[in-house]
Unconditional design. Sequence first.
Length: 143
Amino acid sequence: MKRVCLFNLEQAGMIIEGRAGVCFFNQVGSRLNDAAHEVLSADSVREQEGWFVPLSNDAPTDLPCMTEQLQALPQDEAVSVTQLNAVLAQISSSDQLQVDSTRFQHAYHGWLPIKVVPQGDYSLLQGFEESTGVLTWPLKVSI
């Protein structure tokens, strides 16, 4: 299996699950759904086979861009599906992205299971059916 490293990713992207022959991997932070937050090592990595689709980082006026909003999610408390879906609703595409609540136990900072419904003329996923995947983004590093 071919593998592609996303450690240098500068904006959010999604990996649509499928037999693409390519696996994408990225570093992740603490669990999003756990206020206790398990301690992960610096080399905590998740991977997914599929197709990588970069997402627009443009934000509506007076709002931080999507990547900044994802990076600003609290590290020391649980994050709700509702909070995350509010961020996903701002993606500048006609596609519908939502947290995959059936896989939310596998959500980490930088790695969020999603459901994607391609729709409309401005769909990023022309010819795709309703799919599952992950949203991944660069972690904010504090020095």
